[in-house]
Design a protein around this ligand. Structure first.
Ligand code: FAD
Ligand code: NAD
Length: 513
């Protein structure tokens, strides 16, 4: 983030888009844009960018871009989709930039690619009814075609040979089975108004079953994951005991296996169940997932919340925590997978958190699928774990602490170094101190940047000397993992200091968007 000029906040931008001003310079006309035309608009005072085939005139948005003008200029006059996806694919640009829409990119005529013909042949072969001999011939010809076309080989290998689904029924149940053949990292299922969406994440790819079901099902569904054989079962309860002829009508992305980052974010509405105070400005929001949703947010990952603010959809990331720290007041009923807990700081001039502050118990809010690149295996092989957190950068450390202290037996030390402005800002201070008393492996250090006179603890901001004092291997060659999260400058400086102190890239994990 860069500091924005006064009058250039998100709310100012929303107001400008609603003012009726012609932001594209085309008086509401939509045009077809060629590559040559797009390339001409590559200056700060005349800047067009293409995202997913749509061209936007972002010139009026320049001064409002939270990442700064220079970041936006990187894509000036070009297709910025990849750059956009790398930095913030979750930002709902369609809504934020709708008044800047110039039109679509003109489609270039392309010769039917070789691969398309190969795919057509294979699909044709799949239609032929089979006995043993025909099956052998079909397999041989399919393989021959695939060897001739590498792209088709990769496509079929991943989609048809490796991932597919099957379904069967009893009088009362529908079971959908997907053989993943390896451990599924994440299984997310939503079923609303007969629309079933089951996403299975395997490494950095995602397989999707997405159908409009043949008949209605009951609200509650079950998901069984058999890790050993790599099997995922989604079990639905029929509303009526009738025989289903088909599972349902396939929807657009049904039976696809693509990179996880190429899938759009999926949201479901969750009910706010409670909102409790954590500190003077931070609250714990408990959201209830719909009964027909199966979703566990993995350790180290975040979700996106979506709200309509002054008529514009706005999205922000938040990292789910637990209702409380481990080994403390465990509340199994709340730890059941049906609730998501978010610890959120309310900023007096933050439009998104102000809207959250006004959310009432019983209201609904859209919550996305989880994202993030933290791997639990990074902790599983560590002997010393250091957690450097600043302010709400504490949130990813909560599940991480729980996981480390309850499931990782090789860990000898777990140390949280928690940076805050004042004592009043420290999140869950009591719980952390109790946890340190209960578990000898765990230690917590509080460091304040704006303490009052009576603070007897450490004072300061992240620095090389503070880190060399607190981050030390318990043995000369012990395996260490250092996780860091907080305001961007805090995280960036921290990573640099750690590298200067001799820690390798593999020993550091920085939580970012
Ligand atoms: P903003 O408008 O973003 O303002 C917040 C503060 O920053 C205000 O004080 C404002 O004055 C200042 N500010 C705004 N823009 C700028 C700028 N350009 N330059 C300098 N200062 C500026 N937050 C949590 O509370 N809990 C979480 O669990 C959590 N998880 C997160 C996970 C990830 C992956 C990321 C990236 C962020 C997370 N955040 C979390 C932060 C959260 O996404 C929002 O940024 C935050 O809630 C503020 O949103 P807002 O719109 O209310 O305020
Ligand atoms: P804050 O303003 O209360 O500051 C907390 C501490 O951070 C300060 O006491 C100071 O030690 C340090 N700090 C602040 N600004 C700094 C700077 N410029 N340089 C060095 N150190 C600095 O923090 P907050 O309001 O609670 O903000 C927390 C931040 O953490 C937000 O920016 C949020 O987006 C981020 N966050 C990120 C993730 C993630 O990426 N996964 C998760 C949660 C929170």
């Amino acid at each position: 983030q860069v500091p924005l000029k006064p009058g250039r906040s998100l709310m100012d931008w929303i107001r400008l888009t609603k003012s009726g001003k012609d932001l594209t310079g085309l008086k509401g006309r939509l045009v077809e844009v060629t590559e040559d035309e797009l390339a001409k608009h590559n200056k700060k005072e005349d800047c067009w960018i293409c995202i997913r085939g749509f061209v936007y005139n972002v010139t009026p948005y320049m001064e409002y871009h939270p990442g700064g003008e220079d970041e936006l200029m990187k894509a000036a006059g070009t297709d910025g989709t990849d750059l956009f996806d790398q930095v913030h694919r979750w930002v709902n640009y369609e809504s934020m930039l709708k008044e800047c829409l110039v039109g679509r990119m003109a489609v270039k005529p392309i010769a039917a690619p070789k691969e398309m013909k190969a795919v057509a042949y294979i699909v044709f072969l799949q239609q032929i009814p089979e006995d043993e001999t025909i099956l052998c011939m079909k397999t041989f010809i399919t393989k021959y075609i695939m060897v001739c076309s590498k792209k088709v080989y990769i496509f079929f290998f991943t989609v048809f040979l490796f991932y597919s689904y099957d379904w069967f029924q009893t009088d009362s149940l529908i079971t959908i089975v997907v053989y993943t053949k390896q451990k599924a990292k994440l299984v997310i299922v939503d079923c609303q108004d007969k629309r079933l969406r089951g996403e299975i994440v395997i490494d950095d790819h995602s397989y999707l079953v997405e159908v409009d079901l043949y008949h209605a099902v009951q609200e509650d569904l079950a998901v069984n994951i058999t890790e050993k054989v790599g099997k995922v079962e989604i079990i639905l309860k029929k509303k009526e005991n009738i025989h289903w002829k088909i599972l349902g009508q396939p929807l657009e992305n049904h039976n696809t296996f693509i990179k996880r980052t190429d899938r759009g974010l999926f949201y479901r509405k969750c009910k706010l169940v409670s909102k409790t105070e954590v500190t003077h400005d931070t609250k714990l929001f408990c959201l209830m997932l719909p009964k027909s949703t199966h979703l566990h947010v993995p350790t180290g990952q975040h979700v996106y919340l979506k709200q309509i603010i002054a008529g514009t959809e706005v999205v922000k990331p938040y990292t789910p925590v637990l209702p409380s720290l481990p080994l403390d007041f465990k509340e199994p009923s709340c730890h059941d997978g049906a609730h998501i807990y978010l610890m959120i700081k309310i900023y007096s001039c933050g439009p998104f958190t102000q809207a959250l502050e006004h959310l009432q118990v019983g209201d609904y809010i859209s919550v996305s699928n989880p994202e993030g690149n933290f791997k639990k295996s990074q902790v599983q092989t560590s002997e010393d774990l250091f957690l450097l957190a600043a302010g709400t950068g504490f949130t990813p450390m909560v599940k991480l602490l729980d996981f480390a202290l309850t499931e990782v037996s090789c860990l000898r030390t777990v140390k949280l170094i928690f940076f805050n402005k004042t004592e009043d800002d420290i999140l869950w201070r009591n719980q952390l101190e109790q946890l340190a008393l209960k578990d000898k492996r765990f230690e917590v250090k509080f460091i304040l940047s704006q303490p009052t006179k009576d603070w007897v603890g450490k004072e300061g901001k992240i620095s090389s000397s503070l880190l060399s004092e607190f981050v030390k291997r318990s043995r000369k060659d012990s395996k260490v993992l250092i996780c860091i999260c907080g305001p961007t400058p805090f995280t960036e400086q921290g990573v640099q200091y750690l590298k200067d102190l001799g820690y390798s890239q593999e020993e550091i994990h920085a939580f970012t968007a």
